[in-house]
Design a protein around this ligand. Structure first.
Ligand SMILES: Nc1ncnc2c1ncn2[C@@H]1O[C@H](COP(=O)(O)OP(=O)(O)OP(=O)(O)O)[C@@H](O)[C@H]1O
Ligand SMILES: [Mg+2]
Length: 363
């Protein structure tokens, strides 16, 4: 079991697992593991994101940190203290729930003051803090309004102010931006990140949106089916995915299974990849922006000839689907090369990439 003495507010969760279902003398029956063998180390002041598809166990992990679910095994440490069996209200952890969970019959201000009253703060401190945090999320003008009369985005801000007001050591945010429209979501991403940075509060953020995870986080843990597949910085996750799931889930990619025949690495339809020698490799990932459409005078390691099937203009960029010997490649080019934009469906093109752009994956 790991305990931290040097980093007092480090949050450590060591090999804990969570099961839903009936349990008997430590054995789990009729159950299904929501998450297993989790071993995460979250540093003080970090913006740490749990990323993964629906049902992979993100909320379960937050609820374990908050104390609403007790893990079946392992332990959770906060600032060197084992909090695994501590009551939720004694953990000094604030949570914004996936559905906000505001008190519907209270005003905005009463919602924000609630946690402070539970903490038995003085009247003066309650008023000061609720005003300060409502102002911080831009809602000072709506303090007296019933939360039922707020928009989704405003309710999200109330939930955030309510959690911040108690000044927790750790802030847990469960998809707090998922109900917002695209523009408000972009604004709130920036606001939330600034707020977190200014307050220096350790934050565990949950999302299934990989753009959100990459742009906001210091570290990202990618989950699938209750298991952590990779925990690293956004750059490492994107540039050096640990496996084919992470490569495909985080950012668009061309992910192909490979096989070795007579020592030769082959993509489907017998397309040769001469630079790959390690016969434990099972997949190859090539990011669409790593492939260039060009004539064959380039110096790249690979030149494949294909036929354009589809062209999608996105303004700043154009994406292409290109058939190479019956295998579809996606290519993304920024719209600065007038040559590329003049191409259309049916044109023959060369796809060029270097061996450094190939990410070999063993699983
Ligand atoms: N109360 C419960 N009883 C039984 N199974 C549950 C319960 N809550 C969640 N689960 C199951 O545990 C797994 C993990 O659920 P969890 O809510 O942690 O997923 P999630 O990653 O937060 O998903 P989402 O992105 O949809 O919110 C899912 O398969 C879910 O069906
Ligand atoms: Mg969830």
């Amino acid at each position: 079991m790991l305990k931290s003495k040097t980093a007092p507010k480090t949050l450590r969760k060591t090999n804990f697992c969570g099961h839903y279902g009936k349990s008997c003398s430590g054995t789990v029956y009729n159950s299904h593991a929501a998450c297993s063998d989790i071993n995460l180390n979250i540093e003080e002041g970090e913006f740490f994101t749990l990323l993964g598809p629906s049902g992979c166990g993100k909320t379960t992990i937050l609820r374990m940190i908050a104390g609403f679910i007790t893990p079946d095994g392992g332990s959770i440490h906060l600032g060197g203290v084992d909090i695994t069996h501590l009551e939720p209200e004694k953990r000094n952890v604030g949570m914004v729930f996936q559905n906000y969970a505001l008190f519907p019959f209270m005003t905005v201000q009463e919602n924000v003051e609630y946690g402070l009253k539970v903490q038995k703060k003085s009247q003066r401190e309650i008023k000061d803090k609720s005003s300060r945090y409502l102002a911080m999320v831009g809602l000072e003008g709506l303090a007296k309004r019933a939360v039922s009369d707020l928009s989704g985005g405003e309710q999200q801000r109330v939930a955030l102010a309510r959690s911040l007001a108690t000044e927790p050591s750790v802030l847990l945010l469960d998809e707090p931006l998922s109900n917002l429209d695209a523009r408000l979501r972009d604004n709130m991403r920036a606001e939330l990140k600034n707020l977190q940075k200014n307050l220096g509060i350790t934050t565990v953020f949950v999302t299934h949106d990989q753009t959100e995870a990459l742009s906001m986080s210091d570290k990202v843990a990618v989950f699938k089916d209750g298991f952590c597949r990779q925990c690293a910085t956004p750059e490492e996750i994107y540039n050096s995915p640990a496996d084919s799931f992470v490569a495909a889930f985080v950012g668009d990619t061309n992910l192909f299974p490979v096989q070795f025949l007579s020592g030769q690495c082959l993509l489907p339809n017998s397309i040769k990849l001469s630079s790959i020698q390690d016969n434990e490799i099972r997949y190859i990932s090539i990011r669409p922006q790593s492939i260039r459409l060009s004539d064959s005078t380039d110096t790249d390691d690979y030149h494949l000839t294909g036929t354009i099937k589809e062209k999608h203009f996105h303004g700043a960029s154009t994406s292409w689907t290109i058939d190479v010997q019956g295998l579809d490649f996606t290519v993304l080019e920024t719209n600065i090369r007038s040559k590329a934009s003049s191409l259309s469906a049916g044109s023959q093109v060369s796809l060029c990439f270097s061996k450094d752009d190939l990410h070999p994956l063993k699983k």
